[in-house]
Design a protein. Structure first.
Length: 275
């Protein structure tokens, strides 16, 4: 058997293996997407029609015209961007301090906080913020989402700063940089993959968060994941409209992940500079 034939067989087997792994992952997304363009009769048709049907846009027209999904998108975006930005603003300097001063106990405590069940935090949050009359405000949603994203930022960025040699920072200080300027102009650019990873994971975690938004939001600040439950009633489930809303929720996450996947993989696996 020639070398070219062996290489062809290996590529073929690898392609089959990729399909075996990818199809079970992508098929549900494909099914949700095409079903969002069907009417109720087509959605309930068995076996489901996967190809060759005439798509309709009634479900999308309904959710944007009647259910005010533009407002829900704005609410989700405001909360996700703000909680991510504040988590980075507070978490990155904290991670630097933990890494440089070897505060292992602080790192363990932060990781423990990240592993706590959401419900254990949610109930005290509701009690406190209801007393402060802050329920159904952007502030309470941003703060509650930071409880999840801030430990994640600190945990990931601590590893990045630990991988950066102290000599690099010391050389910059010898050259006249203050510690603050060294942090801003030297360490942050080197840690760009980690920052992208933290930003992406924090944004997606906030965008997809259901529990906190369900309890702490209201008519004014309702986010996309919470809105999906209103297509379920005691009589039936409006599948076409719900699936259209689901597509609206997942498309930004898919696009963001596809654009930043290289940086996310680099940030999660390699770190910044290996010491």
């Amino acid at each position: 058997m020639g070398a070219k034939r062996k290489a062809f067989i290996k590529k073929g087997l690898f392609g089959i293996l990729v399909l075996i792994v990818v199809i079970p992952i992508l098929f549900p997304l494909y099914f949700v997407f095409i079903s969002s363009f069907k009417n109720m009769a087509q959605v309930y048709k068995m076996p489901p029609q996967l190809f060759g049907f005439k798509p309709i846009f009634d479900n999308y027209i309904y959710i944007f015209k009647t259910q005010h999904y533009g407002t829900y998108i704005l609410n989700s975006a405001v909360v996700a961007f703000a909680s991510t930005a504040l988590s980075l603003f507070l978490g990155v300097p904290a991670a630097y301090a933990i890494a440089r001063y070897r505060m292992g106990k602080a790192s363990t405590a932060i990781l423990t906080a990240r592993l706590l069940p959401n419900i254990s935090i949610l109930l005290p949050y509701y009690f406190i913020f209801s007393k402060l009359k802050m329920i159904d405000t952007y502030a309470v949603l941003i703060l509650s989402h930071m409880v999840l994203s801030l430990p994640l930022v600190v945990w990931i960025m601590t590893g990045f700063f630990e991988d950066i040699p102290n000599e690099l920072e010391e050389a910059a200080i010898v050259d006249g940089c203050t510690r603050q300027r060294c942090f801003k102009d030297v360490l942050l650019p080197i840690s760009a993959p980690g920052l992208v990873t933290c930003s992406t994971l924090s944004f997606l975690g906030s965008w997809n968060n259901f529990q906190f938004a369900l309890i702490l939001s209201g008519e004014k600040t309702r986010t996309l994941p919470v809105s999906l439950q209103y297509f379920v009633s005691g009589a039936d489930i409006r599948w076409g409209r719900m699936l259209a809303a689901t597509v609206v929720v997942i498309i930004p996450t898919i696009i963001l992940t596809m654009i930043l996947q290289k940086y996310i993989v680099q940030g999660m696996t390699a770190g910044a500079v290996k010491g």
